[in-house]
Design a protein around this ligand. Structure first.
Ligand code: FES
Ligand code: FE2
Length: 340
């Protein structure tokens, strides 16, 4: 599988990377993560250059990784710092990857290291705003290709049919969908005027109304970084009045057929209500785990290993944003191939 290399991908939530070795596969590459003695996160290829033992089977000794097979040790720059059997061979070096810690996540750059510019990471500051918001986060490993998960997230029309907590089966007639493109960023806007409240909004909106004007606006940045702005107001009132939430959907390919799905749901209402936070954590996890995941993996299995576009899928107007995002990503990957 060809992936976009020069881009930031989420590797882990910040709390997952600590003083124990964390093995994780990203973009078909075996990696090991840990923090050095200064607390800085480190990512090394998870393969010892001696006999190719997974370094993640070893342990941390004084802040460096010790291979569990013959005891060679490797520092945070990937260089061997100790060979218990003699001089350190010059070739004893493990590939190391630039990392960035931001918005509660550890991000990795798996392309050319000198291009790893933190300014290239899209803005996700809403999800680590702990003053005005109550962020709740979770992780799901999805058993299908990451682009099918992106398609699912940019297609807001499925929400009314597939979901109960966050959708209304009778809402589709009033829904309007719109695509917008700004450079390499693609938006999917979904406006739902005079909409009956969903169970999720009944939990989060302290209003007696049974209806409200709802919105769900998705932003996509390459390779697979999505941010959803949802909100509700009294009918006819400006968006700024109502409560809302920023929901990050951050996808990282594990392999061609599996995806790491990091999500953060940061509501700006009832933020001190911890039992509500727990209900949202369980509810949103169930939406993805029990409704989206089974559907997209079943779709992939019916595709029989073919690429989506090769199957010439019937296109609906609601697919516009997903199709555009696929085109943008394909063009970036193609450009990278030409430059390399
Ligand atoms: S395989 Fe790692 S030291 Fe031998
Ligand atoms: Fe969904």
């Amino acid at each position: 599988m060809t992936y976009l290399r020069n881009a930031w991908y989420a590797a882990a939530f910040d709390h997952e990377v600590g003083d124990q070795l964390l093995a994780r596969t990203l973009l078909d590459q075996f990696l090991v993560f840990y923090r050095d003695l200064d607390g800085k996160p480190v990512a090394l290829a998870d393969r010892c250059p001696h006999r190719f033992a997974p370094l993640s089977m070893g342990k941390l000794v004084d802040g460096v990784v010790q291979c569990s097979y013959h005891g060679m040790r490797f520092g945070s720059n990937g260089a061997c710092v100790h060979n218990p059997h003699g001089a350190v061979p010059k070739a004893a070096q493990v590939p190391v990857f630039p990392l960035l810690e931001r918005h509660g996540l550890v991000w990795i750059w798996m392309g050319e290291a000198d291009k790893a510019d933190p300014a290239l990471l899209p803005d996700f500051s809403a999800i680590d705003d702990h003053v005005k918001r109550a962020p709740v986060r979770g992780y799901l490993r999805v058993g299908c290709n990451y682009q099918l998960v992106t398609d699912n997230l940019l297609d807001l029309s499925h929400v009314a049919y597939l979901h109960t907590l966050i959708g209304n089966a009778d809402s589709s007639a009033r829904n309007s969908f719109e695509m917008k493109v700004e450079g390499n960023t693609v938006y999917a806007y979904n406006r739902m005027p005079a909409e009956p409240l969903t169970p999720l909004w009944r939990m989060m909106w302290n209003k007696p109304s049974n209806v409200g004007d709802r919105r769900a606006h998705m932003r996509w940045d390459p390779p697979s970084l999505l941010s959803l702005d949802i909100g509700i107001t009294e009918c006819g009132r400006p968006e700024s009045e109502g409560p809302g939430a920023a929901v990050a959907h951050i996808l990282t390919p594990e392999t061609k057929g599996s995806t790491h799905y990091f999500w953060v749901f940061a509501r700006d209402t009832l933020i001190d209500d911890e039992s509500l936070s727990e209900k949202i954590r369980v509810g949103i996890d169930s939406v993805f785990r029990l409704e989206d995941d089974p559907m997209v993996t079943a779709c992939e299995s019916r595709m029989g290993g073919a690429e989506l576009m090769d199957l010439k899928p019937v296109m609906l107007t609601t697919d516009a944003s997903a199709v555009r995002a696929r085109r943008v990503l394909a063009a970036l990957i193609e450009k990278e191939k030409v430059t390399l």
